[in-house]
Ligand binder design. Structure first.
Ligand code: ADP
Length: 599
């Protein structure tokens, strides 16, 4: 074996054997012209593939070879891949094969940035697939020159010939010059292609982010994401795995690509096993551009995986799952792909977090709604069942009160009056509670019938007159003695307004109820007292749920702030309006309208 490395070791005898005649000069000029013509062509190329095609068709005008390879370095200078440029000999088996930068003749030339002429291919210590291919094809000598632009290493060109003494100094010089020109063009095109790839990736990422933000359903979200990644980035297989509850395993939750007839959803992977298990355990990404070389890789029988990238999905710094991307090519991922896909992994994390929070809130809401429903149902039943025994108590006490003997016994009369008053209060409370549950569940029904207005007013007065400390009177316009309304609910409104007038007026005050013909289709009810009155700022608010006047005077009087709200709901269910007119310290008038019956 005779192998000479570097400029200094190039065979000296080459130039000695050449005559320095006119012919030689002419040959060199012709080769230089060819070179500049080729360079002009590749200069106009816009993609690497286009450059390769021109090199494939034109380089043989420059120098003799049976095989021609281009080795291109990755941006991180960790590996190179081979592009076959010689259509003449079948050397395509090596096309797009990847090798570690430490391997083979191209690795040596790229690392040392020195040319190399060898007249044997046994290349001890530098054996790899390229050298093997040389031997297989009967290549006797080769010429390798680095492709570099300034300090930037781009790769190298390797010319191989079956003729043992094929390459001379002039060939070396021409090849080196060629290498410099090719480097510049490849660098520019790579830059352009890289920028284009990143822009596309950013566009895809935007699309995926929008998908991620458009749903809060976890399953839908994960499926949409894996499908978008797999289809847009054209990877062989994409899946998302999340931890099982005890965190000892991960389970496939979403999957796209791979063999369509093999469903991997629900499959499990133990923490610590395979690249997936490794990432789940360590919380860092794992990249294997040649899985056969990575001891962490656990093969999956249905997959023709050559490269695998696994990225952690973390919520608040804690790993909850992984994004697993596999490809059937070696070296499918470069460093920028990792950054882009990790960004997507982070977005999945925050989308998952939002979806999880949403799910929890929905579940909590559902529980609350259920509870609320139960509570309403319970209150409805209780208040309804309360009213019949109370009516019996009131009836019995009233009958006793009318008894002549009882009338004579003042103390007895007083106690019975107290029973009637308190039972009436309880009855009103039960009625209000029932109304609240009905209003809240949207079940307020109005049963309109012809109502004797005077009777309703008398009923209401008798049910709120706990004592005779206030004088209550009423007037009803003759024209509206009968109206169409829900009798029980109309009484309830009047009862609430009257009991407020009693509550918020000192003893001895007058309370009056009046009913007028208000307009062509409305009747007006009013309840007036001479009580504490209400400041203007509270007039509208008081009809809201739980609203009370914020004063020490009102705080002393027991109340829930629900009575007026119930009145408003009932009046509005009758198509009417309710409002208050009041002067602070002088008294209040609550007014409401009820729509007259059509007929
Ligand atoms: P409650 O009386 O149980 O507090 P309401 O909804 O019936 O609840 O009344 C709301 C608030 O309106 C009362 O707390 C009170 O401040 C005020 N209010 C109601 N009626 C009168 C009235 N006739 N005179 C003065 N203030 C009143």
């Amino acid at each position: 074996m005779k192998s000479k490395v570097g400029k200094s070791k190039i065979k000296k005898s080459i130039s000695d054997e050449q005559s320095t005649g006119l012919l030689e000069g002419y040959g060199l000029i012709r080769r230089l012209t060819t070179l500049s013509e080729i360079v002009l062509q590749i200069d106009a190329a816009v993609s690497k593939e286009e450059i390769f095609e021109i090199l494939r068709n034109e380089t043989h005008w420059l120098t003799d070879y049976e095989v021609l390879y281009l080795a291109l370095l990755n941006p991180m200078h960790t590996y190179y891949y081979i592009v076959t440029l010689s259509p003449i000999t079948d050397a395509s088996g090596l096309n797009h094969n990847y090798f570690n930068i430490e391997e083979g003749i191209p690795g040596w030339v790229i690392r040392n940035q020195s040319p190399l002429i060898c007249d044997s291919t046994s290349g001890q210590g530098r054996s790899n697939a390229l050298e093997g291919k040389f031997e297989e094809l009967g290549i006797k000598t080769f010429l390798a020159v680095p492709i570099k632009s300034g300090q930037d290493k781009v790769g190298c060109l390797i010319f191989g010939s079956m003729n043992p003494d094929n390459y001379k100094e002039e060939d070396l010089a021409i090849a080196q010059l060629f290498g410099l020109q090719v480097a510049v063009v490849i660098k520019n095109v790579s830059f352009f292609e890289e920028a284009k790839k990143r822009i596309t990736q950013i566009e895809i990422m935007n699309e995926i982010s929008q998908k991620l933000n458009s749903t809060l359903e976890i399953e839908e979200l994960l499926n949409a994401t894996v499908e978008a990644i797999q289809q847009n980035f054209s990877y062989y297989d994409v899946s998302i795995l999340l931890f099982t509850e005890n965190k000892s395993e991960l389970i496939v939750k979403a999957h796209a690509g791979g063999y369509e007839n093999v469903s991997v959803i629900g499959m499990k992977q133990k923490v610590g096993e395979g690249l997936i298990g490794w990432v789940a355990q360590h919380g860092e990404y794992a990249l294997a551009n040649d899985v056969a070389q990575d001891p962490r890789y656990a093969p999956f029988e249905y997959h023709a995986t050559k490269s695998e990238l696994v990225l952690p999905i973390k919520i608040s710094g804690e790993v909850v799952g992984v994004l697993n991307i596999e490809d059937s090519k070696t070296y499918a991922f470069d460093e920028m792909d990792v950054v882009v896909l990790q960004t997507l992994g982070d977005q999945i994390s925050s989308a998952l977090n939002n979806a999880q929070l949403y799910k929890e809130i929905m579940e909590a809401n559902l529980k609350l709604t259920d509870l609320d429903h139960l509570k309403s149902e319970f209150l409805g039943i209780v208040s309804h069942d309360f009213r019949s025994p109370l009516s019996t108590i009131i009836l019995a006490a009233k009958t006793l009160l009318r008894n002549e003997e009882v009338q004579k016994m003042n103390r007895f009369k007083e106690y019975l009056t107290m029973i009637v008053d308190q039972a009436n209060r309880l009855n009103q409370l039960a009625e209000d509670t029932l109304s609240i549950t009905e209003i809240e569940s949207g079940q307020v029904t109005i049963e309109s019938k012809v109502v004797n207005v005077e009777r309703v007013i008398r009923d209401a007065i008798s049910s709120v007159r706990f004592s005779n400390r206030h004088s209550v009177n009423y007037t009803v316009d003759q024209s509206v003695s009968f109206i169409k309304a829900d009798q029980a609910r109309l009484r309830q409104v009047l009862q609430n307004l009257l009991s407020n007038s009693i509550k918020y007026s000192p003893n001895g005050c007058n309370i009056s109820v009046a009913v007028y013909d208000y307009s062509s289709d409305e009747v007006l009810f009013s309840v007036t007292d001479e009580g504490i009155g209400i400041k203007q700022e509270y007039h509208d608010k008081l009809f809201q749920k739980f609203s009370r006047v914020d004063s020490t005077e009102v705080k002393k009087i027991k109340g829930s702030g629900l009575g007026l709200w119930i009145c408003k709901e009932i009046v509005e269910a009758h198509d009417g309006k309710i409002w208050v007119e009041s002067e602070f310290g002088k008294g209040s008038t609550f007014k409401f309208t009820i729509r007259k019956a059509d007929d």
